[in-house]
Design a protein around this ligand. Structure first.
Ligand SMILES: Cc1ncc(COP(=O)(O)O)c(C=O)c1O
Length: 218
């Protein structure tokens, strides 16, 4: 197995061996020799350490015991690619980063999305509680926000709920400055998240999204 230096994975013998801190191993040795540790920020070293005998790569996306140290996205991507290359399992230890603690349900979602975790806006706008879908056809979803947006603002539609944020365009489907707008259909099953934004720089957003889920043939 390959794990990262500075990582922490627990106190039982196997996970203690995977923990990338030799000081923690010392009192309990011998622990085994089946884990190779590579630096937390070296994608090439990780790739080189993964071979045909590798069963799994174990990572945290932010190392907690390692000093609240983010693992660079290119290392996480290298881990994914190396596991795919040899048929190994990629294990993301989310004990410290899961359950929304990095802004998304799992920390890897935030880490790989590339968008910074946005601090909560000081004055969030109203949620779109009155939003309605007036019809869905094979080619479009007709949405009415049923509220007038603030001056200079509008409505933002994204494919994922965690990617809203000033200056972030990932997963953006469209922005509309008017309350009635059309989302073009893309697939049989679709999910969209919609928030209001205002005209300030950076913009404030609704605190929570209104969600639209569709399962209908194109
Ligand atoms: C990142 C991480 N992985 C795993 C664990 C589990 O540790 P243990 O099995 O010793 O409770 C913890 C506990 O704090 C942790 O922080």
């Amino acid at each position: 197995m390959v794990a990262l230096s500075g990582g922490f994975h627990g106190r039982p013998l196997g996970t203690l061996l995977a923990t990338g801190n030799p000081d923690k191993h010392l009192p309990f040795e011998p622990l085994g020799d089946w884990v190779t540790h590579v630096p937390h920020d070296d994608a090439a070293a990780l790739d080189a350490a993964v071979g045909p005998r590798t069963s799994a790569v174990l990572v945290e996306v932010v190392q907690g015991e390692g000093g609240v140290r983010p693992v660079p996205a290119d290392v996480l991507r290298a881990a994914r690619a190396a596991c795919d290359r040899v048929g190994a399992l990629l294990i993301v230890d989310e004990v410290q980063t899961g359950l929304g603690r990095l802004g998304s349900w799992y920390g890897w979602q935030t880490a790989l999305d590339g968008s910074p975790v946005q601090p909560q806006s000081a004055s969030p706008l109203a949620n779109l509680d009155a939003l309605t879908v007036s019809s869905v056809t094979g080619s479009q979803i007709n949405v009415s926000a049923n509220v007038t947006p603030p001056t200079g603002g509008g409505f933002e539609v994204r494919r994922r709920d965690w990617s809203f944020g000033p200056g972030t365009n990932s997963d953006l489907v469209l922005r509309s400055t008017v309350p009635n707008f059309i989302i073009p259909r893309e697939a049989v099953m679709e999910q969209y998240y919609i928030r209001m934004y205002d005209g300030s720089t950076p913009p404030n957003y609704s605190r929570f999204s209104a969600a639209v889920f569709v399962n209908l043939p194109l």
